[in-house]
Design a protein around this ligand. Structure first.
Ligand code: KG4
Ligand code: ZN
Length: 334
């Protein structure tokens, strides 16, 4: 089954086609990232205008490639939320128009569910063996723990109470004088510093449950920078990064043990962080940890098409709508 995926939830315009959920065939994307550097973050109006400029050329590229692969499209998958409404609408309305014109089924996909499936594209069918699994998703807008009993049965068991992990990286980068997106800058700088140099408070140290919090940590970094203007930026970056990672690991470990999961999955833009990737594997031993290839960490249509294969909730184009605040199903107080 060949699925054409379309992802336009934020600043990436991406289309891809994937066979049977795990076989990557082709992906093409454009990003409006350069437009957001001068403003220090994504301006929604600018992002959606760029989406409307890129969507047709990106699709042209992917459809030309499909012809050369002699592939036929069986279904169209599109991110319907969460994300920026103006950006989402470009992808959703385009997918609806294609589904109508080609008379193909449409599969609406939750963007966060897509982030889980980067590991299916990385490890293939092997991912279908061991359940239950726990997914740690950390991006610029979300930080969540998802318990998966099967493809069909999954629940959010923890989430951030304030800022997302990626957002904390972006804000600390700004404090240290680096442009958006800050995660890659902070992590490169952190390699040169001492992660034990500064004792930033560990978030939710004595709380129960599997939630996250990053705004107190961001404020602690802000105060430290103000009070210690000549402190080493590398030490600040390394100590901040280590506190974020320790917090992510502690909550993930607690949930992994409580629910006796067989595998832990990493996903989302922050999954590109080298230290997080290696420390997660060590901290969760002997549980298998699935780390996505770097190309599946940031927003991309390949993971949307993969998720759609395992969640074939076909919908008529008449009823598919963009929903900027769409959430995954959740259980409270597990
Ligand atoms: O998933 P994503 O591409 O977009 C959203 O859906 O938000 O995530 C982008 C986020 C940004 O906050 C960016 O700073 C962060 O991922 N990020 C990183 C790294 N690379 C990207 N954070 C920490 N370390 C990195 N190496
Ligand atoms: Zn994302």
């Amino acid at each position: 089954m060949t699925i054409l995926g379309i992802e336009t939830s934020f600043d990436e315009t991406s289309a891809a086609f994937i066979n049977n959920g795990t076989d990557f065939v082709y992906q093409y994307f454009s990003t409006s990232m350069a437009k957001h550097i001068s403003t220090g973050g994504v301006v929604p109006e600018v992002a959606s205008r760029e989406q409307s400029i890129y969507i047709i050329p990106v699709l042209q590229q992917v459809l030309t490639s499909m012809q050369s692969h002699h592939s036929n499209i069986d279904a169209i998958a599109v991110t319907v939320g969460p994300g920026l409404i103006g950006s989402l609408l470009i992808g959703v309305e385009t997918a609806k128009a294609l589904a109508y014109a080609w008379d193909k089924p449409l599969i609406p996909v939750n963007h966060m569910l897509g982030h889980i499936y980067g590991v299916w594209l990385t490890y293939g069918q092997d991912m279908n063996q061991q359940w239950p699994k726990l997914a740690l998703l950390a991006s610029g807008g979300h930080t969540e723990l998802i318990l998966m009993e099967s493809h069909a049965k999954f629940y959010k068991i923890g989430q951030t109470l304030d800022d997302a992990a990626g957002e904390a990286f972006d804000k600390v980068a700004r404090l240290l004088g680096y442009p958006y997106p800050g995660g890659p800058h902070v992590s490169t700088l952190a390699e040169l510093g001492n992660p034990q140099a500064i004792n930033f408070p560990l978030p939710l140290r004595s709380a129960t449950g599997y939630n996250f919090s990053f705004s107190g940590l961001k404020t602690a970094v802000l105060h430290y920078v103000k009070d210690n203007p000549s402190a080493s930026k590398a030490d600040i970056a390394a100590s901040f990064q280590q506190t974020v990672i320790t917090h992510l690991l502690r909550q993930t470990q607690a949930a992994a043990h409580k629910f006796a999961v067989k595998e832990v999955i990493l996903g989302g833009g922050v999954a590109a962080n080298k230290q997080l990737r290696s420390q997660l594997v060590t901290a969760l031993q002997p549980i298998i940890v699935r780390i996505p290839d770097l190309k599946y960490t940031t927003d991309n249509a390949a993971v949307i098409a993969s998720a759609a294969y395992y969640h074939q909730n076909f919908a008529s184009w008449r009823y598919v709508q963009a929903d900027p605040s769409l959430e995954l199903p959740s259980i409270i107080d597990p």
